[in-house]
Design a protein around this ligand. Structure first.
Ligand SMILES: [Cu+2]
Length: 313
C-alpha cells in the first residue's frame, strides 16, 4: 500500500531474479583466474545465456557508471501537464552539463507505467546549469518508470531509471499473451521474428495503412524507426540496434538483445507525414539459450541447433 512496501517488494523480486541468474552463471560460467575474454564457449549451456550473470541490463538503477539521476520531484498529478525536471549528477557531487549527441539527441527520456502501458519517448531541454526539463502528462494513476539514456562527453553511455508516483485508483493492464499487431491512428504495424534468450534476435516491423505498405516513412532519430525493448518483469532496458534497411519502409528491422527467457514489451516509434507514432507489442521468448552468436573467435561451429528441437517445446 505505501511506497516503502512497494519498493521492498520490487527489491525482493529483483533479488530473486538476479540471484538466480548469478547462481546459474556461477555453475556454467568459466572459473575465474584468467582474464581471457573467451569465456563464452559453453554451447552446452541449456537455458543460461552467458551474459546474464556478468552484468545487469541497463535501466535498473538510479546510479551507474559514476552518474546518478536526480529528479527534482517524483510525484505527479494524473492528467495534468507538469514539468519533469532532473539533473545527471557525478560521483563527486557535480552536475553533468556536456553530453554527446546520440541518435540526434543529447538525452532520450523514455517513460512507461510499471505495468508496461503508457509509453512515452520525449527529448528534454537542458538549461546551462545542467537541469533538464520536459513537460509531461501522465494520464492515469500508477507508478511510472523513467529512463534517461545519455552519454556524457568523454563518458560512458548510460541508462538510469527512477520512478514517478501518480496517486489515484490504479488499474494495471496485463500483457501476458503475445501481441504482434498494433494499430495506431489508422496504421497497422506487424512485428515478425522471435526473441531468443541470450542471443541477439532480428525483429522486423512492417508498417501498413489501409492495407497498403507505407513506403515513405520519414527518418526518426537517424533511422526509419526507433525501438525500445523492456523486460516486463523488472523493466530492464534492453540493447537494440537499428538495422539498415533499404528504402523508407514498410519494413524496419532491429537486432534486440534479450538476456533471459520471459516476457518483453517492445515499442516502435515511427514517423510518417510529419508525426511520430508508437506501436506497441508484447512477446515471450522462444527456445533456450543458443550457442554464442558472436563469430569473433572464428571457431568452427561444432554444435548445431537441431538439438534444440522445435518452437515452444
Ligand atoms: Cu529519444
Amino acid at each position: 500500500m505505501n511506497t516503502a512496501t512497494k519498493v521492498t517488494a520490487y527489491a525482493g523480486v529483483l533479488a530473486i531474479v538476479f540471484g538466480g541468474a548469478w547462481a546459474a552463471g556461477a555453475v556454467v560460467g568459466p572459473s575465474g583466474g584468467e582474464s581471457a575474454p573467451a569465456a563464452m564457449d559453453h554451447g552446452a549451456a541449456q537455458s543460461t545465456p552467458s551474459n546474464t550473470g556478468d552484468k545487469l541490463p541497463p535501466g535498473l538503477s538510479v546510479a551507474e557508471n559514476g552518474y546518478v539521476l536526480k529528479p527534482l520531484r517524483t510525484t505527479a498529478t494524473a492528467g495534468e501537464q507538469q514539468p519533469f525536471q532532473f539533473t545527471i549528477g557525478t560521483a563527486d557531487g557535480g552536475t553533468v552539463t556536456k553530453f554527446d549527441v546520440e541518435h540526434e539527441k543529447r538525452l532520450h527520456l523514455v517513460l512507461v507505467r510499471r505495468d508496461g502501458s503508457g509509453f512515452q519517448h520525449v527529448h528534454p531541454e537542458m538549461a546551462a546549469d545542467g537541469t533538464w526539463s520536459v513537460p509531461l502528462t501522465l494520464p492515469a494513476a500508477g507508478s511510472y518508470r523513467v529512463f534517461a539514456d545519455f552519454k556524457p562527453e568523454n563518458g560512458t553511455k548510460t541508462t538510469l531509471g527512477t520512478d514517478i508516483q501518480v496517486s489515484g485508483s490504479y488499474e494495471p493492464k496485463q500483457y501476458d499473451t503475445d501481441t504482434r499487431e498494433s494499430t495506431v491512428d489508422g496504421y497497422t504495424v506487424r512485428l515478425d521474428g522471435e526473441l531468443k534468450p541470450g542471443a541477439e534476435s532480428l525483429v522486423t516491423t512492417t508498417v501498413t495503412k489501409d492495407g497498403k505498405p507505407v513506403t515513405d516513412l520519414q527518418p526518426y532519430l537517424g533511422a526509419n524507426g526507433h525501438l525500445v525493448a523492456l523486460r516486463s518483469a523488472d523493466l530492464a532496458y534492453l540493447h537494440v540496434h537499428p538495422m539498415d534497411a533499404p528504402g523508407a519502409g514498410p519494413e524496419v528491422k532491429f537486432m534486440v538483445e534479450v538476456p533471459t527467457s520471459g516476457r518483453y514489451r517492445l515499442y516502435l516509434d515511427f514517423q510518417h507525414e510529419g508525426k511520430v507514432r508508437t506501436a506497441e507489442f508484447s512477446l515471450g521468448t522462444t527456445g533456450s539459450a543458443p550457442a554464442p552468436s558472436t563469430p569473433s573467435t572464428s571457431a568452427p561451429a561444432t554444435t548445431s541447433s537441431e538439438n534444440h528441437g522445435g518452437h515452444g517445446g
